[in-house]
Design a protein around this ligand. Structure first.
Ligand SMILES: [Zn+2]
Length: 198
């Protein structure tokens, strides 16, 4: 464990680290024992915890899949209430949102459902989504105010592409900072030199 940070006791999503398990010499990665909120134990690679790839024992993904099936059923049952809206911009946005969160085969799933981002129960029904958000104004798409939050009333708004980029910018900067910090660690460059510390 020399030189490695002990993450025992820390929480990552539903997982709390209970102790170090082993270090894979070939991979040069540490594995940690975790206890999930659902009561199951699992052994997870430290980097998967830290970068947010793994946030549960697998129960979250299973839950999302269940919700996804429910959403699919709701979608077909609300097709009657959505009649006249199918194919409209608002309807397409709504379907896209469900896909990103609930369909693992969707290209964006890893950045949404795979990270635990979900759609609130109320919005599984298209008519509720439409009455909360209103019809989509031209040239806008749906934006989550807190980018780590869910699709739900209070966290969503219609924005233009330009406004959306502005909201993503802090996230990008954080990402760049992390890369720089890794670089500094690897090359023994002083953090101050690359502007990470004053
Ligand atoms: Zn679990």
């Amino acid at each position: 464990m020399s030189g490695r940070i002990d993450i025992t006791g820390r929480r990552f999503g539903r997982l709390v680290v209970t102790g170090h398990d082993h270090r894979d010499r070939e991979e040069k990665k540490s594995y940690w024992q975790c206890l999930c909120d659902c009561g199951k134990k699992s052994i997870v690679r430290g980097c998967s915890l830290k970068n947010g790839d793994t946030t549960s024992c697998g129960c979250l993904r299973a839950e999302n899949l269940r919700k996804g099936r429910l959403a699919g059923m709701q979608a077909s049952s609300t097709r009657t209430t959505a009649q006249g809206y199918v194919g409209t911009p608002s309807y397409k946005i709504w379907r896209g949102m469900l896909c990103r969160c609930f369909t693992p085969s969707s290209g964006n799933y890893n950045r949404y459902g795979g990270r635990g981002i979900t759609v609130c129960e109320r919005w599984l029904d298209f008519s509720n989504f439409l009455s909360d958000m209103g019809p989509r104004p031209p040239r806008t798409s749906i934006d989550r105010i807190n980018v780590n939050g869910n699709y739900e009333p209070g966290n969503c708004r219609w924005v233009t592409a330009k406004e959306q980029t502005a909201n993503r910018r802090p996230l990008l900067e954080e990402h760049v900072q992390r890369s720089l910090a890794n670089l500094a660690r690897g090359r023994k460059i002083r953090r101050r030199k690359i502007g990470l510390e004053p």
